[in-house]
Design a protein around this ligand. Structure first.
Ligand SMILES: CC(C)(COP(=O)(O)OP(=O)(O)OC[C@H]1O[C@@H](n2cnc3c(N)ncnc32)[C@H](O)[C@@H]1OP(=O)(O)O)[C@@H](O)C(=O)NCCC(=O)NCCS
Length: 286
């Protein structure tokens, strides 16, 4: 029993985002209390203490507002959320990992005898207020929508909704109900398609427009940079021409400098010869 309590606490914690801690689950979850009480009632029922089992079941109903017949077979890890107004009939069978919300009935149609309540396979979810009536099966992983009235078997991996329930989703894919009295208007469908295309084209045009603006801004930037570079090139050309002129001038100045240096050297030689002539002693007059 302790293991069962632990498992039920884990189930509530996993499937109800509102559950905060084990103490809260222990004290405030009627679905948790109902499932555990049912385990006791079921044990008594199996051991032929049928009246006592019914009494415990009714006491549980009084406190939890959840009525589970002690003969009902319930698999592991059943999660009953809220639970108020939930009824599970005598010959109902529930597989493992199922979830039931408040207001759900797993009941009979009143027309059958013997096995007259539904069988839920594993991992089935029955949403709030759904009525599953008769000895029908709900396949693995199926979901019954809120307020649905289910009178026919539901295959595995389906979602059914409505009164009377119809399949709206199979294997995760949407299923459409093409009833002759409820056929889609082809003009409306065509118009919807056209509008969808127009919508997507408008989005695409806006995107392209934005991209175009960005590209134009980039192009403007590049043109401005280009103009600046051209101006710099022109300036450099002008500076180059000036430098050439200066080099030419320097070259002519260089030739004149060499000439002057040669003249200076000549003058220096002449001056040296003159000085040498003056420093020679004059011969005495014989
Ligand atoms: C059935 C349910 C689980 C949704 O399943 P789904 O696979 O996601 O279905 P979608 O939302 O794609 O709906 C598919 C179609 O079914 C319809 N639908 C969905 N739930 C419905 C319901 N409970 N009753 C009637 N029609 C329903 C939708 O309007 C849609 O039809 P449309 O395309 O013609 O408009 C959900 O609607 C539901 O009933 N949740 C109740 C949960 C609950 O009990 N909460 C209580 C918490 S306290």
């Amino acid at each position: 029993m302790l293991g069962e309590i632990r498992e039920q606490i884990r189930v509530v914690k996993e499937r109800d985002p509102a559950a905060r801690n084990w103490l809260e689950i222990l004290l405030c979850y009627p679905g948790f209390h109902a499932v555990l009480t049912h385990r006791i009632a079921r044990w008594l029922w199996n051991h032929r203490f049928c009246t006592l089992a019914r009494v415990i079941s009714q006491l549980s109903r009084h406190f939890t507002k959840i009525e589970i017949h002690p003969a009902a077979e319930i698999g592991k890890r059943l999660f009953i959320d809220h639970g108020c107004g939930l009824v599970i009939g005598e010959t109902a069978e529930i597989g493992d990992d199922c979830t039931l919300f408040h207001g759900v009935t797993l009941g009979g149609t009143g027309k059958e005898t013997g096995k007259r309540h539904p069988t839920l396979h594993n991992n089935v979810t029955i949403c709030a207020g759904a009525q599953i009536l008769g000895s029908i099966t709900i396949g693995d992983n199926s979901v019954v929508g809120a307020g649905a009235v289910v009178l026919d078997p539901v295959p595995p991996n389906c979602t059914v909704v409505g009164v009377k329930a119809r399949v709206v989703r199979r294997e995760g894919k949407r299923v459409y109900d093409f009833r002759h009295d409820n056929l889609p208007d082809p003009d409306e469908v065509a118009m919807e398609c056209i509008l969808e295309v127009v919508r997507s084209l408008t989005v695409r045009a806006r995107k392209l427009d934005a991209e175009n603006k960005n590209l134009r801004a980039e192009l403007d930037g590049i043109t401005a940079a280009n103009e600046r570079v051209q101006q710099q090139v022109k300036q450099l050309d002008a500076e180059l021409a000036l430098s050439r002129k200066s080099i030419d001038r320097l070259a002519s100045t260089d030739g004149r400098t060499r000439e002057l240096q040669e003249q200076l050297q000549d003058l220096q030689h002449g001056l040296a010869a003159l000085e040498a002539a003056q420093s020679e002693p004059t011969s005495p007059i014989a």
